[in-house]
Design a protein around this ligand. Structure first.
Ligand code: NOJ
Length: 546
């Protein structure tokens, strides 16, 4: 949210941020991969949608061992995606359209093609070059039995009796954050992008980075049992990681307005405020809503808890239903409660059967709920189209390292990363030019039905709903308070400052509307014209004299 009443430094506190996964957004040069020029061309879509900021997932040079989160050079653009000049042009065009830009920073690891990692391998054991990463000697198998995020051990041998640590894929060696070069280099990276006009940073796995492997080290079983004391874990959510963020805050504050940051910190809820503190990153993601069932009690509890946590940190909460790591929320809500999503993906989306109409109805209701909450709303590209997960991608096209590293037992995240459909037809549904190469992940034949073109002229479409919701939010949003309202069982209702009321019916039966003039409805016509009751699986916003 921006406007005369919001100090420039606080623009992010109640912003609507739209996540662009650049390789799958828009392909201007026709090589099958999305690019920066493609993003620039599609800025009118973002303006029509009404977002305040874009969060751009990694666009840095990368071999794509992990979708770009394996970074070869943090201060450049992947030549397959564009150039620094095209980046500058994109920033200028976004800013001219009144949209801010947040870029992804990946500080826990580099790629194994990073010049410093190559130098570390070449220089050999005990060298200063190796000291920038986390190497351990062991003649007897991996130094610990820890399991990496995509499966397999966290240690990779380099052939001389030494192993390097990687919390993710082997192509993502972890930095040694005790090394001053690593700290200085990351501050240089932050300034590099801030100097180019970037307004903020999304910090990847902010809970890792610092490590203390001086031992004795816990086993995987001990880690999973949660017996390691908080704050002194060998690699996770250590108290000393905040020294890094306090130093970064000084860098952010060199700019006017200060650059913002949002932590991806997957930590116990009570540890999250540390990441969101004003002398640290300033804001932290909460994924609690994303993990909740479509259930009034769960949604209510998540909101209460997270608003309290954000207040404790002096920050605002973040709200997320979909991102590039998750099964799209339209599809999640289409499945029976308790469905194992990996098992559903492995069945190519056949078992259990998805009730798509129910999924979309609930997704729209949950989105309207989220957009009425105090704090920042993070939307993921394609959710404004109600795009379902592409659950039936065959193994041969999958790019997520999870697929290979789980030996074909877990499909991973490609189903939410399929390039967007812009047009009803054409070789890539308008993702790339007519004569371009096919999209880098195959789009299903039904994609055109969800395209921007198919929905743009339909006043009841999901796209029309998002546009209306974001426009209304801009008119209604003011102070950061939320007052819970009494409501029937299965309904959550609350008031925001200025006479804005939101009510969500999580049941399947209609209930009476709260008092006020309906200004948004998540089902049917988004304007809410003629709505006389709060239907099941529906959110309404109302305006009333306060
Ligand atoms: C979190 C990112 O969201 C995910 O996509 C990535 O695989 C890991 N961090 C590793 O960087």
């Amino acid at each position: 949210m921006t406007g005369p009443s919001v100090p420039a430094a606080d623009w992010w506190r109640q912003a609507v941020v739209y996540q662009v996964y650049p390789r799958s957004f828009a392909d201007a040069n026709g090589d099958g991969t999305g690019d920066l020029v493609g993003i620039t061309h599609r800025i009118p879509h973002l303006v029509d949608l009404g977002v305040d900021a874009v969060w751009l997932s990694p666009f840095y040079p990368s071999a794509l061992a992990d979708g770009g989160y394996d970074v070869d050079d943090h201060r450049d653009v992947d030549p397959k995606i564009g150039t620094l000049a095209e980046f500058d042009a994109m920033v200028a065009a976004l800013h001219a359209a009144g949209i801010k830009l947040i870029v992804d920073i990946v500080p826990n690891h580099s790629s194994d093609r990073h010049p410093w990692f190559r130098a570390a391998l070449a220089a050999g054991p005990g060298s200063p070059e190796r000291d920038r990463y986390v190497f351990r000697h062991s003649d007897d198998g991996p130094p610990t039995d820890w399991t990496a995020s995509f499966g397999g051990p966290t240690w990779e041998p380099v052939g001389d009796g030494w192993w390097y640590l990687h919390m993710f894929a082997p192509e993502q060696p972890d930095w040694n954050w005790d090394h001053p070069d690593v700290r200085e280099d990351h501050e240089r990276t932050l300034r590099f992008w801030a100097d180019r006009g970037v307004d903020g940073f999304r910090i990847d796995v902010a809970h890792y980075l610092t490590k203390d492997l001086s031992g004795p080290l816990p086993t995987q079983a001990e880690i999973e049992a949660g017996t390691v004391p908080e704050g002194t874990h060998p690699f996770n959510d250590r108290d000393d990681v905040h020294e890094v963020y306090r130093a970064w805050r000084k860098v952010f504050d060199e700019y006017d307005p200060p650059r913002m940051a949002v932590a991806e910190a997957v930590v116990p809820t009570h540890r999250r405020p540390r990441y969101a503190s004003a002398d640290g990153l300033g804001q932290a993601f909460t994924f609690d809503l994303l993990e909740a069932d479509f259930d009034a009690a769960q949604f209510r509890a998540v909101v209460e808890q997270n608003l309290a946590l954000a207040r404790a940190a002096g920050s605002t909460s973040t709200w997320v239903l979909s991102n590039h790591d998750q099964v799209r929320h339209t599809s999640r809500y289409a499945l029976p409660t308790g469905t194992s999503l990996p098992a559903w993906l492995l069945s190519d989306g056949t078992t259990p059967r998805a009730d798509e109409a129910r999924g979309l109805r609930r997704a729209r209701a949950a989105t309207a709920f989220l957009l009425a909450l105090p704090g920042s709303a993070y939307l993921y590209q394609g959710e404004e189209l109600g795009l379902p997960e592409v659950a039936d991608l065959p193994g041969v096209v999958l790019q997520d390292p999870t697929w290979i590293r789980s030996l074909g037992t877990t499909k991973g995240r490609d189903g939410c990363r399929v390039p967007l459909p812009w047009n009803t037809d054409g070789p890539s549904f308008g993702f790339g030019p007519e004569d371009g190469r096919p999209a880098h992940l195959p789009q299903p034949p039904w994609f055109g039905r969800f395209s921007v073109q198919a929905q743009a002229g339909d006043p009841r479409s999901t796209l029309a709903f998002y546009r209306t919701a974001l426009a209304r939010r801009r008119e209604l949003v003011g102070g950061e308070d939320l007052d819970p309202l009494d409501s029937p069982d299965g309904v959550v209702a609350f008031a925001r400052p200025g006479g804005w009321v939101c009510a969500t019916n999580f049941t399947t039966r209609a209930v009476p509307l709260p008092a006020g003039e309906v200004v948004l409805c998540s089902s049917g016509d988004p304007s809410g014209t003629g709505v006389t009751e709060l239907a099941g699986g529906t959110t309404v916003w109302l305006r009333r004299a306060d």
